[in-house]
Each structure stands twice: as C-alpha cells, then as structure tokens.
Ligand binder design. Sequence first.
Ligand SMILES: [Zn+2]
Length: 96
Amino acid sequence: MNEEDYRKQVLWFRKQAQDLILEKWVGSKLCPICEHTEWAAYEPQGVVPAIGDSYGITLTMILIPLACENCGFTHLFNAKTLGLTETPGEDFHGHE
Ligand SMILES: [Zn+2]
C-alpha cells in the first residue's frame, strides 16, 4: 500500500470513529480540563492486553483515542464496542 492510500484510510478511519463516538455520546461534551467542546478521533496506536477470560486466553483491546483539540486531554474507546473491526493498515478493506 502506498503512502497516499494509507493516508486516505487513516482519515476515513478517524471519521468513522468520530461519528460512532458522537452517536453514542449523550452526556456533556465539555472537556473536564479546559471546558472546550471540540474533540478529534485518532487511529489506534497499539493494543492493551485484556486478561481475565475464563479460558485463559489473553485477549487484546484496541483503543481509539479521542482528544480534546484545545488541551489534548484524551479519552480511550474500545474499538470493538464501537463497532470498528478494521483499522488502517494491511488488513484494511471494505470501504469506498
Ligand atoms: Zn481540553
């Protein structure tokens, strides 16, 4: 995949993530730090282990950052719970 395609995927991903979060967000959108209300979603930068299932399998959780555009305070959302099953990269497909 070339850089331009990857960039397009990243921008598409951010928009999907942001739309899904805003759809679920019914509480106050005020940043708890600076009280601004502009937020931007970013692509996941990694995964965290989510241990504790009864089969002894180590699961991972993909986290989507949503950052205040004024101060940078960041919320993290579980991509799977949001309904995002694909992230930018080689295995990314299914959008036009
Ligand atoms: Zn803020």
